[in-house]
Write a protein that binds this ligand. Structure first.
Ligand SMILES: Nc1ncnc2c1ncn2[C@@H]1O[C@H](COP(=O)(O)OP(=O)(O)OP(=O)(O)O)[C@@H](O)[C@H]1O
Ligand SMILES: [Mg+2]
Length: 207
């Protein structure tokens, strides 16, 4: 087994990244497909949401990114769902971000770190922060698949373009393993997002 690594990413806040991460990972774990959630958001919402409390002396992703020498398997925490594990974060991850900008090959850190644990899981889901910074950069570099949640609201498409440009910059223009996941869809109600979808760019719609 070698997990498929899925990054849930967009810099738009509050569009469902964490909810999608938690729902998909728990669903796969319950179906007998072990899953690991990587909480890349210093808000720590995925960790909290999956019931993982982080005490001051416990290891988090901060320790991994701080010096790159803390093995990632030392951070793994179990959840109440069998087969669902978390690499937790909290607000202490935030100050580490600045030092990462100076790190050579920083974008490879997460993929290299996950290499030692991915054989234990069917899926690794990375919950990205609502930003296009270094934490999202290393998450996009690690991903086999990028899921971009898009809420059904006016001007949502504008935000997608920035994220997809970042994907293209990091992974190269031929990388096409990304899909847009439409969220907060209200059946039967005409959506301004759908009406404003650029008809000249049908390839924007992954599924
Ligand atoms: N499909 C949905 N329909 C309705 N409400 C939703 C849906 N998905 C998420 N929500 C609600 O929207 C809010 C934000 O969701 P969530 O925390 O998953 O967003 P996020 O993109 O991770 O936010 P952030 O950018 O702050 O990390 C939550 O209150 C959540 O319950
Ligand atoms: Mg979130």
């Amino acid at each position: 087994m070698s997990a498929t690594i899925v990054a849930i990413a967009t810099h738009k806040g509050g569009v469902g990244k964490t909810v999608i991460t938690m729902a998909l990972s728990a669903a796969f774990a319950r179906a007998g497909q072990p899953a690991l959630v990587v909480d890349m958001d210093p808000q720590g919402h995925a960790s909290i949401g999956l019931g993982v409390e982080v005490l001051d002396d416990e290891l988090t992703l901060r320790d991994f990114f701080l010096d790159g020498s803390t093995p990632i398997d030392k951070l793994i925490r179990e959840t109440h769902v069998k087969g669902l594990h978390v690499l937790p974060s909290n607000i202490r991850l935030a100050p580490v971000v600045q030092s990462l900008y100076m790190r050579p090959r920083r974008e490879e850190m997460l993929r290299r770190g996950l290499a030692s644990v991915r054989q234990h899981y069917s899926y690794v889901f990375i919950d990205c922060p609502p930003a296009l910074g270094v934490l999202t950069e290393t998450s996009l570099s690690a991903a086999d698949l990028v899921i971009v949640p898009c809420q059904m609201e006016a001007r949502a498409v504008d935000g997608l373009v920035d994220l997809l440009e970042m994907v293209s910059l990091i992974r190269g223009p031929s990388f096409d393993a990304w899909r847009i996941l439409l969220t907060a869809w209200i059946r039967g109600r005409p959506s301004r997002t759908m009406r404003s979808w650029p008809s000249s760019s049908p390839e924007l719609i992954g599924f």
